[in-house]
Design a protein around this ligand. Structure first.
Ligand code: SAM
Length: 244
């Protein structure tokens, strides 16, 4: 049995997989997450799905090394197309843009009945993923934010349920919480503050660039970004002063 060491990001995702579940990891790359779950007896069956040939072959080689390789299936294909309806309890999709994750879920909707949990880790565009969950009957039940090697990652966990529940009776509007993350906003961790401080720096540098342009059409964009910056400043203020 090979011992598999996961990055902090993948380990956090693994920790959200209920023990004994049948887990599909879509866009698995080398199938490290699936292999870890199987090698540590944390999943009863794993499916690693990959679109591209290089990572697909790497995933096959990785899984072949496992003693429990008969409880793993490595499949080549686009998104949830590799799954049969009802064959998995948990779907993980990690390390891609939020737009791609939402598009994989949207195109694979027919495979979702029976799935009990989605664990999603968009590298960017978290808001797009939250909006997809909200519009499609998935209730966010947990969120995590972590920093690894200088990069900040958000992890979203959802189950079928009342998608509006995390947004109801909150001090911030649903639109704001789709950006902030309703559970992340509740926890207000220092890493969340760091994330928004980085967003503030990005907006400032965009404003600096726009200020140099003499084109009339940049004025509207400047105003938009300036408004966003004001909102981010206020968010950071709350993250500094609110109790966790
Ligand atoms: N999930 C791993 C992780 O979080 O470390 C790997 C992330 S890697 C950056 C993204 C992987 O998703 C790549 O191996 C890529 O080939 C695969 N991928 C991209 N689009 C996909 C799709 N539509 N269906 C399945 N896999 C996809």
């Amino acid at each position: 049995m090979t011992s598999i060491v996961l990055s902090k990001r993948l380990k956090t995702i693994a920790d959200y997989c209920p023990a004994g579940s049948r887990v599909a990891d879509i866009g698995s790359d080398h199938a490290l997450l699936a292999s870890y779950l199987l090698a540590n007896g944390l999943a009863s069956f794993v499916i690693a799905g990959e679109l591209n040939d290089g990572p697909y072959q790497a995933a096959r080689e990785q899984v072949a090394k496992l003693a429990a390789a008969d409880r793993a299936s490595v499949r080549k294909g686009d998104g949830l197309a590799v799954l049969a309806p009802g064959e998995t309890d948990v779907i993980c999709i990690a390390g891609m843009g939020g737009q791609l994750i939402a598009s994989i879920l949207e195109r694979g909707k027919a495979k979702l009945p029976g799935v009990k949990r989605l664990i999603l880790q968009p590298n960017v565009g978290e808001e797009v993923v939250r909006r997809w969950l909200l519009d499609n009957g998935w209730q966010l039940t947990a969120e995590d934010v972590l920093e690894e090697d200088g990069v900040i990652y958000e992890i979203l966990v959802a189950q079928p349920g009342d998608p509006l529940a995390p947004y109801r009776e909150k001090a911030r509007s649903t639109e704001e919480l789709l950006r902030l993350g309703p559970w992340l906003w509740e926890k207000k961790s220092p890493i969340l503050r760091q994330k928004w401080e980085r967003e503030r720096e990005k907006r400032k540098s965009i404003l600096d660039q726009l200020a140099k342009s003499r084109r009339p059409e940049t004025r509207k964009r400047y105003e938009q970004v300036a408004k966003e910056l004001d909102w981010i400043e206020e968010v950071i203020q709350c993250l500094q002063t609110d109790k966790p």
